[in-house]
Design a protein around this ligand. Structure first.
Ligand code: FAD
Ligand code: NAD
Ligand code: NAD
Length: 516
């Protein structure tokens, strides 16, 4: 409580002395430079301006447009009814409101190119966005950086928010020029969207995680009328198999299939070759799949290229730049978003690849950049969400890892169920499952398993509304709110608590699972 009070009080102080006064009017000096024009930089920019409204901020990004929301690119943008809406990069949100993916208005950010940057004699107040420019080098001792055209800029405080680079698979190299693409940016969206406008296209999506699963559903929906066929290939048992307990992953797969996607779980691509204008993928079981285009969605690597060259500390296990709980890598150097390995005071060191983390982390970094006295700790638990077709929408907080023990509570009876693997047909015995799941520690399952027959996908059991608790060392480290919105605050209160079977009903009461 004392810490909170101190934080509150210090938040009221402005940006006094956050950047050295002596250098303020030097040419090519900016008190705040934000590297990467993405979500985290956008949030940091807003936070700096709240504390220091007249701040001179330079955002440098290597895409052609400024900060925008990526989430609609694999969801809402494919559900637009009018082509014009898509062309304008607008979409209808879940409340039916039309919005644009670009995060800023012209009144906030002035777009400039490298020529215009050259003409600036002294950074005035306001936000400038330099697009199409890559920061190639960062010198943290000199507090300077070098752009791809050789231009050197000096900074007072710098934020690294360079996001992630999509991974690919060497086995897809034989596919032929331009036939295999990753999917991260507006440009990637535009290319795939224009491709599936033509009839009868066959799209293969490799990967069963967040992106592969969302995109499979979205592209299949969009292409239905044009007979576009989507096949999804991944090594896990079911969609989101690294995240959801096994029974729920299998159920999710059945729902993705209902959206018209041909799902091939437990599958890996063994080889690819160009066949005329198409790509032939041979799977490890010998099966052949033909595609007009392949999208590879097999995760990202934290983009630490620049940080590595600058000699910043990297996290060898999680990827990303190591920062402290205040999101500081070194004096005057901050990081936020996908490329950040931070110390979470509740859950330990983490790297999170979700939108809200980029927003909330970006804000804390921005606040700390704008005030040398604040020392704000990034302790607000970020959430994430996804939609997969008409019957699946979820929000979550904390660590969701299918290797952890889970306890699930569903509207269907019996109401309290445990343990993922234990609830499937070929499930190992309960204790065995629990032991395996707690990183080798001998820990027992903490709730009674739901009878297997009640959760078999074949039974068409529907997971309408529920809650899954993820447990580690007897603590609740993650919560998945399934078709149950607006409960993120309640979930945050429970995160980090010890799980007690006796108290489970009281614990889950705020989530209203049994109210319908
Ligand atoms: P980014 O938004 O990736 O921004 C980094 C920017 O830095 C990029 O524009 C990059 O080009 C630029 N850059 C990198 N290096 C340099 C350099 N040296 N010089 C100049 N510029 C550079 N999360 C959710 O929680 N919910 C969702 O529903 C969801 N949907 C998603 C859908 C898609 C299609 C994708 C791709 C991601 C989705 N995410 C979602 C994840 C979320 O978008 C990311 O976590 C978030 O964008 C991370 O923000 P960031 O600022 O760290 O990185
Ligand atoms: P991911 O980490 O969610 O999933 C990676 C997937 O790669 C795995 O599930 C697996 O199926 C697949 N994979 C790994 N090796 C493979 C192999 N050899 N063959 C086939 N498949 C293989 O990453 P993603 O789905 O690629 O998403 C990219 C990024 O975008 C992530 O940072 C993700 O968090 C983010 N994203 C988030 C959301 C959301 O939060 N709703 C939505 C879309 C994208
Ligand atoms: P959005 O783009 O406005 O924000 C997405 C999330 O990012 C927010 O939930 C919030 O946590 C965070 N966020 C964004 N800006 C922020 C800021 N300035 N400060 C702090 N946090 C910020 O959301 P959207 O595009 O309207 O839709 C996505 C959200 O809607 C998700 O949370 C999703 O689960 C929810 N949703 C709800 C329903 C429902 O039935 N109630 C249905 C579908 C989706």
């Amino acid at each position: 409580a004392v810490e909170e009070a101190v934080e509150e009080k210090e938040e009221e102080t402005t940006a006094a002395a956050a950047v050295p006064a002596a250098t303020k009017h030097e040419k090519d000096y900016y008190p705040y430079i934000l590297i990467g024009a993405g979500t985290a930089s956008f949030a940091a920019m807003e936070a700096i301006r709240e504390k220091d409204p007249s701040a001179a901020i330079l955002i440098i990004g290597n895409e052609d447009i400024g900060p925008y929301m990526r989430p609609p690119l694999s969801k809402e943008m494919w559900f637009n009814k009018e082509e014009e809406t898509t062309k304008n990069l607008s979409f209808k949100d879940w409340q039916g409101k039309e919005r644009n993916i670009v995060l800023h208005g012209k009144e906030t950010i002035q777009s400039i190119d490298q020529e215009a940057l050259e003409k600036i004699e002294s950074a005035e107040s306001g936000v400038k966005l330099l697009t199409g420019a890559t920061v190639e080098d960062l010198n943290v001792a000199e507090q300077s950086l070098t752009l791809n055209n050789g231009k050197v800029l000096k900074y007072g405080k710098v934020l690294l928010a360079t996001g992630g680079i999509p991974k690919t698979l060497p086995v897809l190299q034989g596919a032929g020029e331009g036939k295999v693409t990753t999917f991260r940016s507006v440009e990637d969206f535009k290319k795939l969207h224009s491709l599936v406008k033509s009839a009868d296209k066959k799209i293969v999506i490799v990967g069963g995680g967040f992106l592969g699963s969302e995109l499979a559903v979205a592209v299949s929906h969009y292409g239905k009328e044009k007979n576009v066929k989507v096949t999804q290939i991944f090594p896990e048992d079911g969609n989101m198999g690294l995240v959801f307990p096994r029974y729920l992953s299998k159920w999710t797969t059945s729902q993705v299939e209902q959206e018209g996607v041909t799902v091939k779980p437990n599958s890996r691509v063994a080889s690819t070759k160009a066949v005329g204008e198409q790509v032939e993928l041979t799977l490890e079981n010998g099966e052949k799949v033909l595609a007009d285009h392949v999208v590879v969605a097999v995760g990202i690597e934290a983009n630490v290229e620049l940080a590595k060259k600058a000699g910043l500390e990297l996290d060898e296990h999680r990827g990303g730049v190591v920062v402290n709980a205040e999101l500081q890598a070194r004096r005057n150097v901050y990081c936020a978003g996908d490329m950040t390995s931070f110390h979470d005071v509740t859950l330990g060191r983490r790297r999170v690849e979700h939108y809200d983390n980029a927003i909330l982390g970006g804000r804390v970094a921005g606040q700390n950049m704008a005030s040398d006295k604040l020392h704000k700790v990034y302790k607000h638990q970020s959430m994430f969400w996804s939609d997969l077709g008409p019957h699946i929408g979820y929000e979550a907080v904390g660590i969701l890892d299918s290797k952890l023990s889970t306890v699930s509570i569903w509207t269907k009876k019996p109401t309290v169920a445990a343990a993922d693997a234990a609830a499937t047909e070929e499930a190992p015995a309960k204790e065995e499952a629990a032991d395996k799941k707690d990183e080798g520690k001998r820990e027992r399952a903490t709730a009674t398993p739901l009878p297997a027959e009640a959760v078999k996908v074949e039974d068409k059991e529907k997971y309408n509304k529920g809650l899954v608790l993820y447990l580690k060392d007897k603590k609740i480290v993650g919560l998945l709110m399934w078709n149950n919105f607006g409960k993120v605050e309640d979930a945050r209160k429970i995160l980090g608590q010890v799980y007690d079977t006796e108290k489970v009903e009281a614990l889950v009461k705020p989530f209203g699972i049994h109210e319908e």
